[in-house]
Design a protein around this ligand. Sequence first.
Ligand code: FEO
Length: 162
Amino acid sequence: MINLKVEKAFNEQIKKELESAYLYLAMAGYFDSMNLDGMAHWMKVQAKEEFEHAMKFYNHIIERGGKVEFYPLQLLSRNWNSPLDVFEHVYEHEQKVTESINNLVELAKAENDYPAQVLLQWFVNEQVEEEANALKIVETLKKVKDSPIGIIMLDRELARRE
Ligand code: FEO
């Protein structure tokens, strides 16, 4: 049986992961409206990954006899003014998610919930990758500045994300 405090916190994390998916889909919409298909594709893949993250918590709760809860989702988008602005937002957002995962690790440890700690280890590693991916694109966009050729080349590269 899952620890009740961990169950509640995991349900809140399901909401956060789904809000991440919703945010990245909004970013995909922004890029699609600018005909930056590769960046839009990158965001759609990212949105799917976030849905999978939500499902990892969902499955963990169910497998341990808990109950999944669904809360209203908030759209965390804002008025972006450039591709750099969008990817800086991704990086900022992922740092917040990392903080949230770290808080869950603390809770699972305090509650001696070992299976939760094992699940969370996957997320700890995933967040290192998520932050690194976003930061790499931010750094590239900073170098590219407003060069249309640079933006188009990066767009083509991001189109290759699997
Ligand atoms: Fe689910 Fe992007 O962290």
